[in-house]
Design a protein around this ligand. Structure first.
Ligand code: GLC
Length: 738
């Protein structure tokens, strides 16, 4: 879409587009320079029109107060034609100047507008509320740079230059679609200004405004896309290790899970399944019969995921390398020679995923694994990691080519590399298997949620890392990422029984539920720390399996609307008490989770927001808008259900094969309510042809009776349900109309 320029000054041109009612896109370019195309992070192409001179546009239907115009009414944003500055007024008072520096460098200073909280910014090891701090975006192999000291790191595996800020009367979102190394100063000096700067490219910003964080995040979802419908069985428990060293060990681990009555859906093959770490090979001795292994696992209901790193071993005679070299598919030096760095196989070259042709070629390589029964793919080291350089990635002046053959520096493409690889993998799996692909990625830029689940990199078996995974997940949720999780038990360093129990209890409420540990550390499967630990870990995993249908509904909301599964307490409410609470979170909109993140801790302080709350395990009902101390024995963490919730609970099973045949529907107090439950096969794309169903369950309390109505629509079989009344409803008569 060509864009008409809106304002021109001697040094600067500004393009302004109305993206939707609640979002405008503003691009600043040096005079005479056309605006760049959006990165692959952006999907939204439609419904946009250029902002006309002299016309105003209200930025939000609900917040009457923000609009882009040339007027000076309460809360208006006005552009100064001479300087190109965006001025923001409240009533007659000038409160902000958006100041693009006019040197041609992509830098922008914008007013804080009284923001009290700022969230999002992708994956960061830091406080949830990032106001008055600074950060940078450059996908980084953390372990290579600073093991165990993540707090000192400004950059992480994933970069999402999007933030959401809370203001007195409204919520603002700002997304800067710039894939270069970028930096935010979020008013670190307390001068009432934020700033954004980039090492290259342009300022291409999307400004969103609404009444709630939820609406802003949904708008961001329209711009960068939402997650695809996930496979239902991948919501189950996943077991990983660097590495299970041979095919017998992999099968043995799965068998032990079954012997110990631990539900398990997925097991992983880390790098040692390959021959000399060469991608798309298997070790001829230790993994001599992968097909038989995957079949044996499959018979137990266990799916196998294999790791695929982008680094291709430089070795003549190795077909993947030979083909890539011959076809010119590799990232090159500025002189045009394939760049050679170092990853697990030693000297390695890197596919240039920027080109469709290369992505398709790489995708086709996966047939080798898929033909042997591998079901999902784990994309690691895709920052990309390169152990041969000081900053642990390939040099910025390396060259990528786009589909038209134009050259782009690695400096521009670096943060997009993970997205491009995930695109390739997702498509390959979809085309080959016709099942919903499971792709797991470590590195990502905005929009990668469309192709891959994400785990938050190499953490350590430290209580602090359990704790920090909470704000990290919350901010990833606000950044549009739902299918996320942290390595349960901790990756580096030795875990211990209590840590594993507490982390698994938190993990039961992380969308990606994966236990993973590093080489040379204690094994950390559920039975490794004795019977007491085994029992508590098993109980936590079983709780998760009760919530599969509920989680699937949350994932669907994420797919349809872009709502995150992990949400901060202030997601919908405006209770200032919650703006800095980062050790509790919502799992969907019905459950509030309060993890335990200190050793020896047997009770904890929790904040209950407005309303009534039912303790998930004890059933006790509490009034909201208060702080209180609740018990947190080693057997459980405090979980609260919002009054009025209609919660589906699955019966126990050891792995997932389609939706449960029966569901217990718990109604937690209140006078009336309604929920819509969605069902499909959880596996194929048949839902796109209407092979799915929706069951609507409503209830009303009339005198001493609870009248429940159940209606289903659609061809997919729905489960039988049993109604269970909780709290004030317990003991009342039920009548069911269907
Ligand atoms: C990286 C990954 C880790 C994996 C290891 C070996 O450190 O982050 O999860 O186990 O590489 O492949």
């Amino acid at each position: 879409m060509s864009r008409t320029q809106w304002i021109q000054t001697k040094k600067l041109e500004i393009y302004a587009t109305v993206v939707s009612d609640d979002c405008i896109r503003i691009t600043y370019t040096p005079a005479g320079v056309k605006p760049q195309k959006p990165t692959i992070g952006v999907v939204l192409q439609s419904a946009a029109h250029d902002l006309k001179m002299g016309k105003s546009h209200k930025l939000s239907k609900s917040a009457e107060n923000l609009k882009v115009s040339f007027e000076n009414t309460p809360w208006s944003m006005t552009w100064d034609q001479v300087t190109g500055q965006l001025w923001v007024f409240k009533e007659d008072q000038l409160v902000s100047l958006d100041q693009p520096l006019q040197t041609g460098e992509p830098q922008l200073r914008y007013h804080r507008l009284g923001a009290v909280g700022l969230y999002g910014l992708g994956e960061k090891y830091n406080w949830m509320n990032r106001i008055e701090s600074k950060t940078e975006n450059w996908n980084t192999d953390v372990i290579g740079i600073s093991p165990l000291h993540h707090g000192l790191l400004n950059t992480y595996h994933t970069s999402i230059p999007f933030h959401v800020s809370l203001h007195q009367d409204f919520v603002l979102g700002r997304f800067f679609d710039n894939s270069y190394r970028t930096a935010f100063d979020l008013d670190a000096q307390k001068e009432n200004f934020f700033s954004f700067s980039a090492d290259g490219g342009q300022i291409d910003s999307y400004i969103m405004c609404a009444d709630s964080v939820k609406e802003v995040v949904r708008t961001y979802g329209k711009i960068t896309g939402t997650m695809p419908m996930p496979r239902l069985d991948y919501l189950g428990y996943q077991q990983c290790r660097w590495s299970y060293m041979d095919q017998d060990e992999v099968v043995q681990v799965a068998r032990q899970m079954r012997q110990h009555d631990i539900p398990l859906d997925v097991i992983y093959l880390d790098i040692d399944y390959m021959e000399d770490f060469k991608v798309f090979t298997t070790d001829p001795k230790r993994f001599s019969n992968v097909s038989t292994m995957t079949q044996t696992l499959g018979n137990m209901g266990v799916k196998t995921v294999a790791i695929v790193d982008p680094g291709v071993k430089v070795e003549k005679g190795y077909s993947v390398y030979d083909e890539a070299l011959e076809q010119g598919y590799l990232v090159t030096t500025p002189e045009g020679k394939p760049y050679v760095g170092k990853v697990w196989p030693g000297d390695s070259a890197f596919p240039d995923f920027m080109r469709r042709e290369v992505r398709d070629w790489w995708g086709a390589q996966h047939d080798f694994l898929l033909n042997q029964g591998i079901d999902g793919i784990w994309n690691d080291m895709n920052e990309p990691a390169d152990m041969s350089t000081e900053d642990k990635t390939i040099p910025k002046d390396c060259i990528h080519l786009d589909d038209e053959g134009a050259a782009h520096t690695h400096q521009e493409i670096h943060n997009l590399y993970g997205n491009y690889e995930a695109m390739s993998t997702y498509k390959a799996l979809k085309v080959k298997t016709n099942k919903r692909p499971f792709v797991l990625t470590r590195a990502a830029y905005a929009g990668a949620q469309r192709h891959a689940a994400l785990w938050m990199g190499d953490n350590s078996s430290l209580w602090e890392h359990l704790e920090s995974s909470i704000p990290m997940m919350v901010n990833m949720g606000i950044s549009g990422y739902s299918f996320i999780g942290a390595d349960i038990g901790g990756f580096l360093d030795n875990s211990n029984g209590e840590l594993l129990v507490r982390w698994t209890q938190l993990g039961a409420f992380m969308p990606l539920f994966r236990n993973h540990s590093s080489k040379d550390t204690l094994m950390q499967e559920p039975w490794q720390f004795g019977d007491a630990v085994l029992n508590d870990v098993r109980a936590a995993i079983k709780t998760r399996y009760q919530l599969i249908t509920y989680l699937y509904q949350c994932m669907r909301e994420s797919h349809v609307h872009g709502d995150p599964v992990i949400r901060p307490l202030f997601y919908v409410s405006k209770d200032p008490e919650t703006f800095n609470i980062q050790d509790q979170f919502f799992f969907g909109d019905a459950l509030m989770i309060c993890p335990v993140y200190r050793p020896g801790q047997k009770r904890r302080m929790v904040y209950l927001p407005e309303g009534k709350w039912h303790h998930f395990y004890s059933g006790q009902v509490y009034e909201g808008k208060q702080w209180l101390i609740v018990e947190a024995p080693i057997t459980e963490i405090p979980v609260f259900v919002k009054e009025g919730t209609i919660l589906p609970l699955d019966p126990a099973r050891s792995f997932i094969q389609g939706p449960s045949k029966t569901l217990e529907i718990s109604i937690y107090g209140g006078d009336s309510g309604e929920v819509s439950l969605y069902f499909d096969d959880g596996m194929s794309f048949e839902f796109e042809n209407g092979i799915c169903s929706e069951m609507t369950i409503g209830y009303r309390v009339v005198e001493e009776q609870v009248q429940v109505s159940v209606y289903s629509e659609g061809p997919y079989p729905v489960p039988e349900i049993k109604i269970v009344l909780k709290g004030s409803l317990a003991g009342k008569m039920v009548s069911i109309e269907s």
